[in-house]
Design a protein around this ligand. Sequence first.
Ligand SMILES: [Zn+2]
Length: 169
Amino acid sequence: MSHLPTTSTARSTHPASALLDEVQVPVAQSAAGTNNAPAVAVRPGYRLVPALVGKSTEPGSILYVECPDWCVVDHVADRNVFIQDISHQGEKATLSLTPTRGEQVPLEVYLSEWPALAEDNGQPRLDVDIDSEVYSYGRTAAMALADQMVAFAEDVRRLAETLPEEAQA
Ligand SMILES: [Zn+2]
């Protein structure tokens, strides 16, 4: 929990004169080599993105965090008070069954990652949001859930296929 990325690990241990000899040494940078993000090593599948942290009553500070490629959160627009509160969230897939009576019960699945949550080991999870109640699955449980849903979908299809053809409009 104490190794959250900071902005200054890769440079500045050498005096300016030594830099001349090192200009040709390749450093970690984006493929385009044009962004202004600090040159620190980022895990494969992640990129450094700016994040705004601080109370809403203060200007806050921008720091760079590792963000998985699938994350769709704008960490500047979606500010957190503390860096430990920053989490990553993927695109949502939604199944929405709307009963004529009662509330709509949406079912959403998306990837999520809470870097500061010790029990997740910094690993992404599959979050399943059933009407705002969120369950978090590791790979094995998520695959079992997927199998269950495929079986359910096959039941739906099997029953649907027994229905009479509808007249074309
Ligand atoms: Zn993110």
